[in-house]
Design a protein around this ligand. Structure first.
Ligand code: NAD
Length: 453
């Protein structure tokens, strides 16, 4: 596949100005919705083949997200794309000032495998809504979903407008040499660095949606039942292969035992059996082996069973874990939940700060001072108080990381902005301007300017 040809076609198509029309954008957003809905079964089948993800999970955490995004833009496109009038300062009177959101041009979206539809198509929807052309390179690790997206999109969209490029590292490396106007990448910090370097060569702006070790803190005032139920759900959803899943727990030593008993009872209740509706497989053998090695048999509190033939890892809770254990040295990205304890809340916050800034952080508490300290003292992309994961489903909140967990954000209007340039224009009247800024410069003029500025 010659990606350069498609890229040149997209550049030419963008330059034709067709994507600037809001009707054009809406027509293709509606088409994308129709294509997804018509091919829902194909999408379910592909993801089930890749890692046994159920229809229920695929609809609630993937398809419904993309459809919701399309509906959001269909409803709000006009107001998002509208020029915004802003104030004009004294020095520029008589004049008016406006910000014109305009598309950046030809966008590249690189997706991750763990929520292959949502993480590939939601950025694509934002790119198209903002008036760009787009090449999507989904993750080859979830091969069947990559092929399904390439089939339904490449058969239904003109390639000079939207195209799905299949491929792995070699192909992505080739694609990254092209001078895109925007690159939107979701994946690991390690590959994020490679993408950032490639983008820098062309001064291409990037959004990097990366990962990290997202903590969940449970204090003595927390409602344990609620905390345990929500943490178990958010951790073992997608078998822990979720960028915003709680990576590890920090629980107050005083309440550790009762909280851990609650965790155990919810794991039993939710019934995470192999091949069940509520549990997915580990994506591949490489990750299965990596995760298996992180389970220290001496520290298992719940779970620990693995089955290589089924790429199954039982929901596993590790206790008596220390900051030096292997499981605390990398993002887990699987169904293993280490529990660490603290005796002093502020020290626990300090411990978190010793790590790279995480994508998410969670706090379970009923204490307003603890809430304030959590928000004020530690850095993280976004998070929840008394819940996990769900902040990303609120499109009024920007979703993205900070530091090692990412650059920029998206969702709702933030997605539109990620793929737009804010063109700033001052429009002046041709009369009514004092002579003061023009040469010859004098002390008198300077004194007057000083007064006003
Ligand atoms: P990854 O970085 O291995 O791969 C992501 C994409 O980069 C894939 O499309 C892949 O083909 C491509 N790629 C891989 N190696 C490359 C290379 N050398 N050069 C160019 N392209 C390359 O990530 P992954 O395994 O798909 O996903 C797991 C990581 O992604 C975790 O760290 C997770 O936290 C993070 N993640 C973040 C978010 C988010 O929204 N912030 C969402 C999901 C996953």
């Amino acid at each position: 596949m010659n990606f350069q040809d498609i890229f040149i076609e997209q550049k030419e198509f963008f330059n034709s100005q067709k994507t600037k029309s809001l009707n054009f954008r809406k027509m293709y957003l509606e088409k994308l919705k129709e294509v997804i809905q018509k091919n829902e079964d194909l999408l379910y089948e592909a993801i089930y083949k890749d890692f046994g993800k159920s229809k229920f999970d695929t609809y609630t955490t993937e398809i419904s997200f993309v459809i919701k995004d399309i509906d959001y833009f269909l409803k709000n496109l006009k107001s998002l794309a509208k020029p915004k009038k802003v104030r004009t300062n004294l020095a520029n009177q008589l004049g008016s000032s406006r910000i014109y959101p305009e598309p950046l041009g030809c966008a590249l979206v690189i997706g991750a495998w763990n929520y292959p539809y949502q993480l590939s198509l939601s950025p694509v929807v934002a790119a198209l809504a903002a008036g760009n052309t787009c090449i999507l390179k989904p993750s080859e690790i979830a091969e069947n979903t990559m092929k399904a997206m390439s089939k339904i999109i490449n058969e239904n969209f003109p390639r000079e407008y939207l195209f799905v490029a299949e491929g792995g590292v070699e192909e992505t490396t080739e694609i990254l040499k092209l001078k895109f106007d925007k690159i939107f990448f979701t994946g690991s910090p390690k590959v994020g660095q490679i993408v950032y370097e490639a983008a820098a060569k062309n001064l291409t702006p990037v959004t990097l949606e990366l990962g990290g070790k997202s903590p969940a803190i449970v204090t003595s005032s927390a409602d344990f039942e609620v905390a345990a139920k929500r943490i178990v759900w958010g951790k073992f959803l997608n078998a822990g292969q979720t960028c915003v899943a709680p990576d590890y727990i920090l629980v107050d030593e005083k309440v550790k035992d009762s909280f851990m008993d609650s965790l155990k009872s919810f794991i039993q209740k939710f019934d995470y059996q192999p091949d069940s509706e509520q549990y997915t497989k580990i994506i591949n053998q490489r990750n299965f082996e990596r995760l298996r090695k992180l389970i220290d048999p001496e520290k298992i509190f719940v779970g620990g069973k693995t089955d290589a033939s089924n790429r199954y890892i039982e929901p596993t809770i590790l206790h008596n874990v220390s900051w030096d254990d292997a499981v605390m040295k990398e993002e887990i990205f699987g169904p293993i939940l280490p529990i660490l304890t603290f005796t002093n809340f502020n020290e626990a916050l300090m411990q978190i700060s010793n790590y790279e800034k995480p994508l998410s952080a969670y706090l379970f508490t009923d204490n307003s001072e603890e809430k304030e300290s959590f928000i004020a003292k530690i850095f993280f992309g976004g998070g929840c108080i008394n819940d996990v994961v769900m902040h990303l489903s609120n499109d009024y909140l920007p979703f993205g990381g900070v530091g090692n967990s990412g650059i920029g954000n998206y969702h709702g209007k933030y997605g539109f902005e990620a793929f737009s340039h804010q063109k700033a224009v001052l429009d002046r009247l041709t009369w009514g301007e004092p002579d003061i800024k023009y040469p010859p410069y004098t002390d008198k003029k300077l004194n007057i300017i000083k007064k006003f500025l």
